[in-house]
Design a protein around this ligand. Structure first.
Ligand code: LHQ
Length: 258
């Protein structure tokens, strides 16, 4: 059985991290397989949104720590640059919404892969752990970038340095995740969100994502110019024409992602 499962259904690319007996901790092979699946999701027209989740009781416990002490293990110079950084940049640059459906514990790189997604929906019994400090490392996979932006400097510093286990409820309260939902409703709600996104005006969502990606580094003036440029692009899409037409005809829009 592959460590990454992939299925396309209802215009959604469903990616499942699949090493449940090791809490979906990442091997090198698994990191490369995830990169490949993200590339497929980016290039396939039939995929209009992505749903990333874990098999079994965990989302992901981050790097497989047994693998990195093996005699033939790649050095630290390769692990981030080849395995994790390309996952994060793929998720951020993928021109479609990516939903992390956090079904259980998300630790280390597993937590930060989730936080790099556009929307994080967590089941109530899930938790988030910046486990790095416990083993003498720093938060990687974008952790030092996403965390202070999501929850503010002080909370981020505490979470990073103390390695606190943050419950899904707390994560929602401090703005780390979009929603935490009751376990019984998790699948229905998280899938409902990704289905809604897969039927939306895909290009407008891609431009929204692009604008958000640039917003932290841009001045207000630069961001206003970027919005102007992207809004002009959005206004040329078929989906924009359909959106306005559907509104005037008092019917739901039928977007095609074009
Ligand atoms: C694991 C793991 C795991 C292997 C559970 N590896 N087996 C980047 C640069 C280079 C190097 C290092 O990494 C990175 C990025 C990173 O991600 S660093 C952070 C790595 N992750 C961690 O430090 C988290 C380690 N795991 C834990 O702290 C706990 O497992 C958590 C809190 C996630 C869950 O605790 P429990 O629910 O009590 O589960 P468990 O600990 O009993 O784990 C179940 C099994 O999964 C167990 O195997 P076993 O054969 O004994 O049943 C664990 O050994 C295995 N497992 N995480 N990362």
């Amino acid at each position: 059985m592959s460590s990454i499962l992939f299925e396309i259904k209802d215009q959604v690319g469903f990616i499942t991290l699949n090493r449940p007996e090791k809490l979906n901790s990442f091997t090198r092979e698994m990191a490369f397989l995830l990169q490949n699946r993200l590339d497929e999701c980016a290039s396939l027209h039939e995929v209009r949104a992505v749903y990333l989740t874990g098999a079994g009781k965990a989302f992901s416990a981050g790097q497989d720590l047994a693998e990195i002490v093996a005699p033939d293990a790649p050095g630290m110079d390769k692990i981030l640059s080849e395995q994790y950084n390309p996952i994060i940049t793929r998720i951020r640059n993928l021109p479609k919404p990516v939903v992390a459906a956090v079904n259980g514990v998300a630790a280390g790189a597993g937590a930060n892969i989730a936080l790099s997604c556009d929307l994080v929906v967590a089941t109530r019994s899930a938790s988030f752990i910046q486990a790095f400090s416990k083993i003498g490392l720093i938060p990687d996979s974008g952790g030092t970038w996403f965390l202070p932006r999501l929850v503010g400097w002080q909370k981020a510093m505490g979470i990073a340095m103390l390695g606190d286990k943050i419950s899904a409820e707390e994560a929602e309260k401090i703005g780390m995740v979009y929603k935490s939902v009751e376990d019984e409703k998790f699948l229905e709600i998280s899938r409902g969100i990704v289905l809604t996104l897969s039927r939306a005006a895909t290009k407008a969502l891609a431009y929204t994502k692009h604008a958000f990606n640039y917003s932290s580094a841009n001045s207000l003036e630069a961001q206003l110019l970027l919005e102007d440029e992207l809004q002009q692009k959005a206004s040329l899409t078929k989906d924009y024409a359909e959106g306005v037409k559907a509104f005037l005809e008092k019917r739901p829009p039928a977007y095609k992602g074009e």
